[in-house]
Design a protein. Structure first.
Length: 268
């Protein structure tokens, strides 16, 4: 197996530093991440537009990764239904090793080049769908195998990695590659690389949902009313949109189940 070359940290003798020195060093490194992501906006834009086009026709967005990358995809996918009121099957996160790997690493799961496609086939993936592979190094066999088979079956692929020229960046139809530089702890890609991936996923899913009409103005009008905080937030959104007092706005919201439906009912 070819050895992956890891960039040496810009910081030395970490085990001798004070807590304050460690925190300042980590924070200094984190400052580079948004700038790296900014350079990838044209590529993120391409992927957003392609996703919107396909998802308007019933396509689904799949995130695939292992370890930290897989968990980040699952977090982003799982937050779309409560935030934007979309079905749970619209954005799907898949992690090497299955759901048990969300909490505990599954040994060698990421090395199985065939399992990723098997996991996608379980969802009856088709040409309307999009598969986005997430891998900091861009070398994860589980992800690469899935994207290879997806492309062969006419599925659009995207890749999010932090390693320019990696197999993932070369394989994906649309490659997003924020180059964040060496990690504070050499090779610990859960740090700057993970932060960059999270920022890209935030931009990707949020922009897609806005383009699909799931936000009105700057409000989450389709959010699920899954706790008291969100009911209270929704009530005040209805108040702002209708001029109703709090009690009547709350009653209207609970009757219709979402801010959008409540406001539409008021305006009819």
């Amino acid at each position: 197996m070819k050895r992956i070359t890891e960039s040496e940290s810009n910081h030395q003798n970490l085990d001798t530093l004070s807590t304050r020195e460690l925190l300042i060093g980590i924070n200094q490194e984190d400052h580079t991440v948004p700038l790296a992501v900014e350079k990838e906006i044209p590529q993120i834009e391409k992927l957003v537009d392609q996703c919107v086009e396909r998802m308007r026709e019933g396509g689904r967005l799949f995130y695939m990764g292992a370890g930290t990358s897989g968990r980040l995809g699952i977090v982003d996918a799982s937050e779309c239904p409560p935030t934007f009121g979309v079905p749970h099957g619209m954005v799907i996160g898949i992690i090497a090793g299955g759901d048990q790997a969300i909490r505990k690493a599954v040994e060698f799961a990421e090395d199985d080049r065939e399992q990723g496609w098997k996991d996608l086939k379980a969802f009856e993936i088709n040409e309307k769908d999009i598969v986005v592979g997430i891998a900091a190094s861009g070398t994860t066999p589980y992800v690469l195998g899935a994207l290879e088979r997806a492309k062969k079956n006419g599925v659009l692929t995207g890749g999010i990695s932090c390693n320019p020229g990696s197999p993932l960046s070369q394989l994906a139809d649309i490659a997003i590659t924020p180059v964040v530089g060496p990690e504070f702890v050499t090779g610990s890609t859960r740090m700057k690389s993970g932060t960059a991936q999270k920022l890209v996923l935030n931009m990707l899913s949020t922009s897609i949902m806005i383009r699909l009409g799931r936000v009105k103005g700057n409000r989450m009008v389709d959010m699920q009313l899954s706790n008291e905080k969100l009911v209270d937030r929704g009530t005040h959104m209805v108040m702002d949109a209708t001029g109703l007092d709090e009690q009547k706005a709350n009653e209207l919201l609970l009757k219709h189940g979402s801010v959008r439906a409540a406001v539409d009912a008021f305006n009819r």
